[in-house]
Design a protein around this ligand. Structure first.
Ligand SMILES: [Mn+2]
Length: 208
């Protein structure tokens, strides 16, 4: 199922593929993109397990991110942790893109990952833990400068993480696929690297 309702009005180029585990009506993954004057905030999350209860945890995460979007990343995740205590919990990653200072920052907990090109010295890692579980601690925040046009992928564990973004971009450029922008790359990553038996969310962004 493709799903990119918020994307049309944005200056950032974003591609998204999201689909539920086969046999499930709802996905336990969720994502959102919030835009303000100074930039963008992207969240991708994966409610524990799958189905309705995972979906509820992921929606609580997204609701909280939208409500707290102007706060520092660790504060947003703390607020999410509180909001998710009554749920199963979720893995979550946040990416802030400050388009004025051309800085990006990332904070992640659990099995949601960010992938970047080798040449860009920004390789943020998600910390162990679950938002909404007792072992939660606010994660480390990774920051870097960026040049407009740079690529980043955030994905849940419905996508195998053993791909090389640099290589994928090179292949996509050579085959003409990159003319389709981030959406074409997101679909290609899913075709080649999706796990069969999990919810899947892949967000590809070309930074503005
Ligand atoms: Mn998952």
């Amino acid at each position: 199922m493709r799903h990119h309702p918020q994307v049309a009005a944005l200056t950032a180029a974003v591609g998204v593929v999201q689909r539920a585990k086969p046999g499930n009506l709802v996905s336990g993954d969720a994502w959102c993109l919030v835009e303000d004057e100074s930039g963008l905030l992207l969240c991708v999350c994966d409610g524990l397990g799958s189905g309705e209860h995972a979906h509820l945890a992921a929606q609580a995460q997204i609701d909280t991110v939208r409500r707290c979007a102007d706060r520092p990343l660790p504060d947003i995740l703390e607020a999410c942790h509180t909001a998710l205590l009554s749920t199963r919990g979720a893995a979550a990653a946040l990416l802030r893109v400050d388009t004025e200072t051309r800085r990006v920052s990332y904070a992640g907990v659990g099995n949601v990952e960010a992938r970047t090109r080798r040449d860009w010295p920004f390789h943020p890692l998600s910390m162990r833990g679950i938002v909404g579980a007792n072992n939660f601690r606010p994660p480390r925040v990774y920051e870097a400068d960026y040049v407009p046009g740079e690529w980043i992928v955030l994905h849940t564990d419905g996508l195998r993480s053993r791909f090389d973004l640099e290589l994928e971009l090179l292949r996509a450029a050579q085959s003409g696929l990159l003319g389709g922008g981030p959406q074409a790359l997101a679909e290609s990553l899913c075709n080649d690297h999706a796990r069969e038996n999990d919810d899947l969310t892949v967000v590809v962004m070309q930074l503005p």
